[in-house]
Design a protein around this ligand. Structure first.
Ligand code: DGL
Length: 284
């Protein structure tokens, strides 16, 4: 047993969509979250920058906040920097969203199913979803598409608007009407925030949120390492490199509207400047 918090991180507020599933599925676990809202989006940045930014975040969560495990709640970081981070922090379990999601989704899909994957440029360029899914189920028909405008719009809170509808149609009409997909994987943790808008445009599509799919993998990793928490009260902590209005709104929304924790639960919200943190390193 280990009552330390589980660390989650993302380039911004997108990873908060994973927290909703975490609170529902593993309510005993305390959460320490970091969103790099000052530097989002990551998806159009180089792999070198994505790796060095995520190293700073992991350093903050592991060495300064003493989390017991890291969940990379970002497909972009999972598909470009997961092995790098696992190498840097061999002492704690690290799970990325993409690998378990791709494997579980492929195992549940039927032969010949036409599946669309949308994500950032970096995630789509990595081909990680396709490679892992074809390895499990070679008979799938997979079509990927980078949707770089979604994340900046979502971070700005531009969700229920005619502009977002146009952007959705620009990216998804070809997948739906030319590639004739029947299933859509939201391969970026920001995208569940526009799932209702996508559903409204294409009601027949089966929409899959990888964050929901990976909950059993997180639970298995906690169990395998014997670090499950008990039911004692925990303090959830949320940090961001810029405490934007949308980030604060989203955090409050999860806890107040969803009513996931009892009223005694404390939430900490704080801005953190990663560039001023001392790097403890791992002896390399
Ligand atoms: N939520 C991140 C992901 O899952 C968004 C990446 C970005 O900042 O572009 O890929």
């Amino acid at each position: 047993m280990d009552n330390r918090n589980v660390g989650f991180f993302d380039s911004g507020l997108g990873g908060l969509t994973c927290i909703i599933h975490m609170l529902k599925n593993l309510p005993n676990e305390g959460i320490t979250y970091f969103g790099d809202t000052a530097r989002t989006p990551y998806g159009s940045k180089s792999i070198d920058n994505i790796q060095s930014f995520s190293l700073q975040i992991a350093e903050f969560l592991v060495r300064h906040k003493n989390v017991k495990m890291l969940v990379i709640a970002c497909n972009t970081i999972s598909s470009t920097a997961m092995e790098y981070l696992q190498m840097k922090y061999p002492e704690i379990p690290i799970i990325g969203i993409t690998e378990p999601a791709a494997q579980r989704i492929a195992a549940q899909s039927s032969e010949g199913e036409r599946i669309g994957i949308i994500g950032t440029q970096a995630t789509v360029a990595s081909n990680m979803y396709e490679n892992l899914m074809y390895a499990v189920n070679p008979e799938l028909e997979i079509f990927s598409k980078a949707c770089p405008m979604f994340v900046p719009f979502i971070e700005e809170g531009i969700i229920n608007s005619p502009i977002m509808r146009e952007v959705i149609k620009l990216y998804l009409d070809p997948l739906v009407y030319e590639d004739k997909i029947s299933t859509l994987i939201l391969g970026c943790t920001h995208y569940p925030l526009i799932a209702d808008q996508i559903k409204k445009e294409y009601p027949h599509l089966k929409i899959i949120d990888p964050a929901e799919i990976i909950m059993p993998s997180i639970s298995e990793m906690l169990e395998a390492n014997d670090i499950m928490a008990d039911s004692s009260r925990k303090t959830d902590k949320f940090y961001a490199s810029d405490l934007s209005d949308n980030f604060v709104y989203m955090v409050r929304n999860i806890f107040e509207i969803e009513g996931m924790r009892d009223s005694l639960n404390e939430i900490e919200l704080e801005a953190v400047d990663l560039d001023t943190l001392e790097y403890c390193g791992n002896g390399e």
